[in-house]
Design a protein around this ligand. Sequence first.
Ligand code: A3P
Ligand code: MG
Ligand code: MG
Ligand code: MG
Length: 318
Amino acid sequence: MASTSCTALKVLAASVAVANRSGTIIRKILSSGNLGIVEKENKNDLQTEADRAVQRCIVSSLTHQFPQLTIIGEEDNLNEMATADKEYLETSLAEEVLKESCPAEYTEAKESELVVWVDPLDGTAEFTQGLLDHVTVLIGLAWQGKAIAGVVYQPYFNYQTPGAELGRTLWGMIGLGTFGLGNTEPPTEGNIITTTRSHSNPTVVDSVKACEPTEVVRVGGAGHKVLLLLDGLVHAYVFGSPGCKKWDTCAPEVLLRAKGGRLTDMHGNDLKYHKDVQHKNTGGVLATLKADHDWYLARIPESVKQALPETQVKSATK
Ligand SMILES: Nc1ncnc2c1ncn2[C@@H]1O[C@H](COP(=O)(O)O)[C@@H](OP(=O)(O)O)[C@H]1O
Ligand SMILES: [Mg+2]
Ligand SMILES: [Mg+2]
Ligand SMILES: [Mg+2]
Protein backbone atom coordinates (compact mmCIF):
# COMPACT_ATOMS: atom_id res chain seq x y z
CA MET A 1 0.00 0.00 0.00
CA ALA A 2 1.36 3.44 -0.97
CA SER A 3 0.37 4.88 2.39
CA THR A 4 2.62 2.64 4.49
CA SER A 5 5.69 4.60 3.44
CA CYS A 6 4.05 7.98 4.00
CA THR A 7 4.94 9.24 7.47
CA ALA A 8 2.47 12.14 7.39
CA LEU A 9 -0.42 9.78 6.62
CA LYS A 10 0.68 7.38 9.39
CA VAL A 11 0.85 10.21 11.93
CA LEU A 12 -2.61 11.32 10.79
CA ALA A 13 -3.92 7.74 11.18
CA ALA A 14 -2.53 7.64 14.74
CA SER A 15 -4.03 11.08 15.44
CA VAL A 16 -7.50 9.96 14.32
CA ALA A 17 -7.28 6.86 16.55
CA VAL A 18 -6.13 8.82 19.59
CA ALA A 19 -8.74 11.56 19.01
CA ASN A 20 -11.44 8.88 19.10
CA ARG A 21 -9.96 7.53 22.35
CA SER A 22 -10.02 11.07 23.78
CA GLY A 23 -13.79 11.11 23.44
CA THR A 24 -14.10 8.21 25.89
CA ILE A 25 -11.85 10.02 28.38
CA ILE A 26 -13.80 13.31 28.18
CA ARG A 27 -17.19 11.60 28.60
CA LYS A 28 -15.93 9.55 31.58
CA ILE A 29 -14.58 12.63 33.37
CA LEU A 30 -17.78 14.62 32.78
CA SER A 31 -19.97 11.80 34.06
CA SER A 32 -17.75 11.45 37.18
CA GLY A 33 -19.04 14.92 38.15
CA ASN A 34 -15.57 16.10 39.14
CA LEU A 35 -14.18 18.44 36.48
CA GLY A 36 -11.21 19.67 38.57
CA ILE A 37 -11.43 23.21 37.16
CA VAL A 38 -8.28 25.38 37.42
CA GLU A 39 -7.97 29.05 36.37
CA LYS A 40 -4.93 29.63 34.15
CA GLU A 41 -4.19 33.28 33.24
CA ASN A 42 -7.61 34.61 34.29
CA LYS A 43 -11.20 33.57 34.98
CA ASN A 44 -11.90 33.30 31.22
CA ASP A 45 -8.99 30.91 30.71
CA LEU A 46 -9.88 27.59 32.34
CA GLN A 47 -8.45 24.09 32.41
CA THR A 48 -10.29 20.94 33.52
CA GLU A 49 -9.21 17.38 34.30
CA ALA A 50 -10.46 16.49 30.79
CA ASP A 51 -8.04 19.02 29.19
CA ARG A 52 -5.17 17.54 31.23
CA ALA A 53 -6.00 13.86 30.74
CA VAL A 54 -6.60 14.17 26.99
CA GLN A 55 -3.35 16.06 26.43
CA ARG A 56 -1.49 13.31 28.33
CA CYS A 57 -3.24 10.68 26.20
CA ILE A 58 -2.46 12.37 22.88
CA VAL A 59 1.13 13.32 23.69
CA SER A 60 2.08 9.94 25.21
CA SER A 61 0.46 7.98 22.37
CA LEU A 62 2.01 9.99 19.53
CA THR A 63 5.42 10.21 21.23
CA HIS A 64 5.44 6.44 21.80
CA GLN A 65 4.88 5.72 18.10
CA PHE A 66 6.74 8.70 16.60
CA PRO A 67 9.50 9.81 19.00
CA GLN A 68 10.97 12.37 16.62
CA LEU A 69 7.82 14.49 16.23
CA THR A 70 7.67 18.01 17.65
CA ILE A 71 4.42 18.10 19.64
CA ILE A 72 3.11 21.42 20.97
CA GLY A 73 0.06 21.19 23.22
CA GLU A 74 -2.07 23.87 24.85
CA GLU A 75 -1.69 22.67 28.43
CA ASP A 76 1.76 23.45 29.92
CA ASN A 77 3.98 21.16 31.94
CA LEU A 78 2.33 17.93 30.89
CA ASN A 79 4.53 16.84 27.99
CA GLU A 80 7.43 15.46 30.04
CA MET A 81 5.30 13.33 32.31
CA ALA A 82 3.26 12.16 29.33
CA THR A 83 6.04 10.01 27.89
CA ALA A 84 5.79 7.75 30.95
CA ASP A 85 2.00 7.63 30.93
CA LYS A 86 1.06 4.02 30.13
CA GLU A 87 -2.58 4.37 31.24
CA TYR A 88 -3.44 6.44 28.21
CA LEU A 89 -1.40 4.72 25.52
CA GLU A 90 -3.34 4.34 22.24
CA THR A 91 -1.27 2.59 19.59
CA SER A 92 -3.79 1.78 16.86
CA LEU A 93 -3.86 3.46 13.45
CA ALA A 94 -7.16 4.42 11.78
CA GLU A 95 -7.64 2.10 8.80
CA GLU A 96 -9.79 4.58 6.89
CA VAL A 97 -6.82 6.96 6.79
CA LEU A 98 -4.20 4.35 5.91
CA LYS A 99 -6.16 3.15 2.92
CA GLU A 100 -5.81 6.57 1.22
CA SER A 101 -2.82 7.33 -1.00
CA CYS A 102 -0.35 9.96 0.16
CA PRO A 103 -0.51 13.18 -1.90
CA ALA A 104 2.79 13.34 -3.83
CA GLU A 105 3.90 16.58 -2.15
CA TYR A 106 4.03 14.94 1.30
CA THR A 107 5.86 11.70 0.51
CA GLU A 108 9.19 13.33 1.47
CA ALA A 109 8.02 14.75 4.82
CA LYS A 110 10.16 13.23 7.60
CA GLU A 111 8.96 12.48 11.11
CA SER A 112 11.49 14.94 12.58
CA GLU A 113 10.15 17.72 10.31
CA LEU A 114 6.49 17.37 11.35
CA VAL A 115 5.02 19.67 14.00
CA VAL A 116 1.85 18.51 15.76
CA TRP A 117 -0.40 21.17 17.32
CA VAL A 118 -2.66 19.71 20.03
CA ASP A 119 -5.70 21.31 21.65
CA PRO A 120 -6.91 18.50 23.92
CA LEU A 121 -10.23 20.22 24.55
CA ASP A 122 -11.34 23.26 22.60
CA GLY A 123 -14.29 25.14 24.08
CA THR A 124 -13.34 24.59 27.74
CA ALA A 125 -15.43 27.52 29.00
CA GLU A 126 -18.54 26.08 27.35
CA PHE A 127 -17.69 22.54 28.54
CA THR A 128 -17.78 23.77 32.15
CA GLN A 129 -21.18 25.35 31.46
CA GLY A 130 -22.74 22.22 29.93
CA LEU A 131 -22.74 23.44 26.30
CA LEU A 132 -21.35 20.10 25.27
CA ASP A 133 -21.57 20.23 21.48
CA HIS A 134 -19.20 23.26 21.52
CA VAL A 135 -16.37 20.93 22.59
CA THR A 136 -13.86 19.45 20.12
CA VAL A 137 -10.48 17.71 20.28
CA LEU A 138 -8.02 19.19 17.76
CA ILE A 139 -4.86 17.57 16.39
CA GLY A 140 -3.19 19.40 13.49
CA LEU A 141 -0.07 18.42 11.54
CA ALA A 142 2.19 21.06 10.04
CA TRP A 143 5.14 20.72 7.67
CA GLN A 144 7.37 23.49 6.38
CA GLY A 145 5.25 25.98 8.33
CA LYS A 146 1.96 24.98 6.68
CA ALA A 147 -1.04 23.10 8.09
CA ILE A 148 -1.23 19.90 6.00
CA ALA A 149 -3.41 17.40 7.88
CA GLY A 150 -5.68 17.23 10.88
CA VAL A 151 -8.49 15.72 12.87
CA VAL A 152 -11.40 17.39 14.65
CA TYR A 153 -13.28 15.08 17.02
CA GLN A 154 -16.59 16.27 18.47
CA PRO A 155 -17.32 14.05 21.50
CA TYR A 156 -20.88 15.25 22.14
CA PHE A 157 -22.16 15.53 18.57
CA ASN A 158 -25.82 14.39 18.67
CA TYR A 159 -26.01 14.52 22.48
CA GLN A 160 -29.47 16.06 22.36
CA THR A 161 -30.86 13.55 19.84
CA PRO A 162 -32.17 10.45 21.65
CA GLY A 163 -30.94 7.18 20.14
CA ALA A 164 -28.44 8.82 17.79
CA GLU A 165 -24.77 7.82 17.78
CA LEU A 166 -22.76 10.08 20.10
CA GLY A 167 -19.65 11.82 18.71
CA ARG A 168 -18.13 12.26 15.26
CA THR A 169 -14.69 12.32 13.73
CA LEU A 170 -13.74 14.61 10.86
CA TRP A 171 -10.29 14.41 9.36
CA GLY A 172 -8.54 15.71 6.32
CA MET A 173 -5.35 16.29 4.40
CA ILE A 174 -4.61 19.01 1.86
CA GLY A 175 -4.69 17.31 -1.53
CA LEU A 176 -6.83 14.40 -0.27
CA GLY A 177 -9.99 16.09 1.01
CA THR A 178 -12.07 16.20 4.17
CA PHE A 179 -13.79 13.06 5.44
CA GLY A 180 -16.78 12.60 7.76
CA LEU A 181 -18.89 15.54 6.54
CA GLY A 182 -22.50 15.77 5.41
CA ASN A 183 -23.99 18.80 3.65
CA THR A 184 -21.58 21.72 3.27
CA GLU A 185 -23.75 24.14 1.26
CA PRO A 186 -24.13 27.48 3.10
CA PRO A 187 -27.52 29.08 3.86
CA THR A 188 -28.97 30.52 0.64
CA GLU A 189 -29.92 33.83 2.25
CA GLY A 190 -28.42 36.37 4.60
CA ASN A 191 -24.89 36.82 5.92
CA ILE A 192 -24.60 34.68 9.04
CA ILE A 193 -21.44 35.26 11.07
CA THR A 194 -20.15 33.14 13.92
CA THR A 195 -17.84 34.52 16.59
CA THR A 196 -16.75 33.98 20.18
CA ARG A 197 -19.26 33.56 22.98
CA SER A 198 -16.91 33.88 25.95
CA HIS A 199 -13.88 35.96 24.78
CA SER A 200 -15.33 39.12 23.28
CA ASN A 201 -13.75 42.59 23.33
CA PRO A 202 -14.18 45.88 21.39
CA THR A 203 -12.15 44.76 18.34
CA VAL A 204 -14.16 41.50 18.16
CA VAL A 205 -17.40 43.53 18.19
CA ASP A 206 -16.12 46.09 15.65
CA SER A 207 -14.92 43.47 13.16
CA VAL A 208 -18.18 41.49 13.28
CA LYS A 209 -20.27 44.67 12.89
CA ALA A 210 -18.17 45.85 9.93
CA CYS A 211 -18.96 42.58 8.10
CA GLU A 212 -22.67 43.51 8.02
CA PRO A 213 -24.17 40.34 9.55
CA THR A 214 -27.85 39.53 9.19
CA GLU A 215 -27.39 37.20 12.19
CA VAL A 216 -24.56 36.58 14.69
CA VAL A 217 -24.06 33.07 16.09
CA ARG A 218 -22.04 33.27 19.32
CA VAL A 219 -20.65 29.86 20.21
CA GLY A 220 -17.59 28.39 21.94
CA GLY A 221 -14.52 26.81 20.38
CA ALA A 222 -12.51 27.52 17.25
CA GLY A 223 -13.08 23.91 16.16
CA HIS A 224 -16.83 24.20 16.67
CA LYS A 225 -17.06 27.45 14.72
CA VAL A 226 -15.23 25.90 11.76
CA LEU A 227 -17.65 22.93 11.99
CA LEU A 228 -20.54 25.41 11.63
CA LEU A 229 -18.93 26.53 8.35
CA LEU A 230 -18.38 22.95 7.21
CA ASP A 231 -21.96 21.98 8.15
CA GLY A 232 -23.28 24.84 6.00
CA LEU A 233 -24.83 26.73 8.93
CA VAL A 234 -22.92 30.03 8.70
CA HIS A 235 -21.12 32.08 6.05
CA ALA A 236 -18.06 33.32 7.94
CA TYR A 237 -16.13 33.01 11.22
CA VAL A 238 -14.86 36.43 12.27
CA PHE A 239 -12.62 36.75 15.36
CA GLY A 240 -10.87 40.11 15.65
CA SER A 241 -8.75 39.24 18.70
CA PRO A 242 -5.27 37.85 19.36
CA GLY A 243 -6.66 35.22 21.81
CA CYS A 244 -6.76 32.17 19.50
CA LYS A 245 -3.59 30.03 19.34
CA LYS A 246 -1.99 27.78 16.71
CA TRP A 247 -3.48 24.66 18.33
CA ASP A 248 -6.95 26.22 17.92
CA THR A 249 -6.58 26.77 14.17
CA CYS A 250 -4.20 24.14 12.71
CA ALA A 251 -6.58 21.16 12.41
CA PRO A 252 -9.75 23.20 11.62
CA GLU A 253 -7.84 25.12 8.91
CA VAL A 254 -6.91 21.86 7.16
CA LEU A 255 -10.53 20.65 7.07
CA LEU A 256 -11.64 23.96 5.57
CA ARG A 257 -8.83 24.32 3.03
CA ALA A 258 -9.10 20.70 1.90
CA LYS A 259 -12.71 21.57 0.92
CA GLY A 260 -11.67 24.76 -0.89
CA GLY A 261 -12.21 27.21 2.00
CA ARG A 262 -9.80 29.74 3.53
CA LEU A 263 -8.57 30.62 7.00
CA THR A 264 -6.35 33.70 7.35
CA ASP A 265 -5.63 36.49 9.80
CA MET A 266 -7.47 39.82 9.54
CA HIS A 267 -4.87 41.08 7.03
CA GLY A 268 -5.46 38.15 4.69
CA ASN A 269 -2.15 36.46 5.58
CA ASP A 270 -1.92 32.69 5.84
CA LEU A 271 -1.18 31.48 9.39
CA LYS A 272 2.27 30.01 10.04
CA TYR A 273 2.84 26.80 11.97
CA HIS A 274 6.65 26.51 12.27
CA LYS A 275 7.73 24.97 15.57
CA ASP A 276 9.23 28.27 16.76
CA VAL A 277 6.33 30.52 15.71
CA GLN A 278 4.54 32.69 18.29
CA HIS A 279 1.68 30.61 19.67
CA LYS A 280 -0.89 33.41 19.53
CA ASN A 281 -2.66 34.17 16.26
CA THR A 282 -1.97 37.85 16.89
CA GLY A 283 -3.57 38.91 13.62
CA GLY A 284 -6.97 37.40 14.54
CA VAL A 285 -8.87 34.78 12.54
CA LEU A 286 -11.13 35.03 9.49
CA ALA A 287 -12.50 31.80 7.97
CA THR A 288 -14.87 31.07 5.10
CA LEU A 289 -15.84 27.98 3.13
CA LYS A 290 -17.92 29.03 0.10
CA ALA A 291 -18.37 32.75 0.80
CA ASP A 292 -16.14 35.45 -0.72
CA HIS A 293 -13.24 35.69 1.74
CA ASP A 294 -11.89 38.90 0.19
CA TRP A 295 -15.27 40.61 0.63
CA TYR A 296 -14.97 40.12 4.42
CA LEU A 297 -11.28 41.12 4.45
CA ALA A 298 -12.10 44.38 2.68
CA ARG A 299 -14.55 45.28 5.46
CA ILE A 300 -12.23 44.81 8.45
CA PRO A 301 -11.69 48.30 9.91
CA GLU A 302 -8.16 49.80 9.79
CA SER A 303 -8.33 50.32 13.59
CA VAL A 304 -8.83 46.55 14.08
CA LYS A 305 -5.96 45.71 11.72
CA GLN A 306 -3.65 48.06 13.59
CA ALA A 307 -4.56 46.43 16.89
CA LEU A 308 -3.84 42.95 15.46
CA PRO A 309 -0.29 42.70 14.06
CA GLU A 310 0.79 39.77 11.91
CA THR A 311 2.29 36.82 13.86
CA GLN A 312 6.10 36.72 13.97
CA VAL A 313 8.26 33.65 13.31
CA LYS A 314 11.78 33.57 14.79
CA SER A 315 13.08 31.49 11.91
CA ALA A 316 10.81 30.85 8.94
CA THR A 317 13.23 28.33 7.45
CA LYS A 318 12.36 25.42 9.75
N1 A3P B 1 -8.86 36.21 25.24
C1 A3P B 1 -8.57 34.89 25.27
N2 A3P B 1 -7.87 34.36 26.30
C2 A3P B 1 -7.58 33.04 26.34
N3 A3P B 1 -7.96 32.16 25.39
C3 A3P B 1 -8.65 32.65 24.35
C4 A3P B 1 -8.99 34.03 24.24
N4 A3P B 1 -9.69 34.20 23.11
C5 A3P B 1 -9.78 32.98 22.53
N5 A3P B 1 -9.15 32.06 23.27
C6 A3P B 1 -9.06 30.62 23.02
O1 A3P B 1 -9.42 30.34 21.67
C7 A3P B 1 -10.32 29.24 21.62
C8 A3P B 1 -11.59 29.69 20.98
O2 A3P B 1 -12.16 30.74 21.74
P1 A3P B 1 -13.70 31.07 21.67
O3 A3P B 1 -14.44 29.85 22.11
O4 A3P B 1 -13.89 32.22 22.62
O5 A3P B 1 -13.96 31.43 20.25
C9 A3P B 1 -10.53 28.76 23.06
O6 A3P B 1 -9.73 27.61 23.25
P2 A3P B 1 -9.82 26.64 24.55
O7 A3P B 1 -11.24 26.48 24.91
O8 A3P B 1 -9.16 25.42 24.02
O9 A3P B 1 -9.01 27.28 25.61
C10 A3P B 1 -10.10 29.95 23.87
O10 A3P B 1 -9.60 29.68 25.13
MG1 MG C 1 -7.84 26.75 26.96
MG1 MG D 1 -8.82 25.92 21.99
MG1 MG E 1 -8.15 23.84 24.79
